[in-house]
Design a binder for this molecule. Sequence first.
Ligand SMILES: [Fe+2]
Ligand SMILES: [Fe+2]
Length: 257
Amino acid sequence: MADARGLPSQTQPDRFTCLAAKARAGQWSAARDIDWRRPPRLPLWITRDQARATISQLYHGEVATSRLCQTLLREFEPGPARQCLEFQTRDELRHAEAFKRYLESLGGVAEMDDNLAWALDSAGSGPAGPLGAMVAFHVVVEGEVLRVQDSLTRLLPCPLLRQINRRVARDEARHVAFGRIYLTEALANLSTEARSRLYGWVYDLWRQTTKLALAESVGSGTARRILRSWLSGGWRHHEAALHQIGLAPGPDWGRAA
Ligand SMILES: [Fe+2]
Ligand SMILES: [Fe+2]
């Protein structure tokens, strides 16, 4: 049942209780549980500034997600789902702390990319109020962050960054599970039209962000081809996640898209 603000009371407290217990047991410390004695190790094909600029976007994404969690907490009644969100807020702040400390060894946090700034701003102001923001952040922003982390872990053979990413990815898997359970239940309260509108809005948000990223990408040839193929794989990934929470395109989708 949805309340006046569009966030439903939860009918699956057992699943949230279980996730909250896992979150409690999985808490770690960015200061103590990462071996900071190891310096960052970058391969020759990437400069220190390029690595700093890329990893800084992960840091900014973590900070933005922690802010959204803090805002959403105002909408949640006390209970197991709220506990999950409280743990997630702590997790995101800890992730930001770990990336910031890593970035300090590369010269400090770089500015937020304009595309990311636009996407984060738009993600917080879509249809369906806080529920729409949750979809955009849990599915698109966190989904993209996981994809970037996964690519970085494969491309950058830096043991320190891998250790951070392993810790972060474990937390993110819990956040994804929480978002999936919560949103599946919450979105079932919306009409079919409202759900397809939300799907279309998320698609437009993603498409606009990737268009900007492509337009601004410098250089040509291999780097641009890698970016293009990485971006085109993105929507298939998000589409599957949206289907899992009950969001699908409306009948006009082919013409609208
Ligand atoms: Fe995070
Ligand atoms: Fe997260």
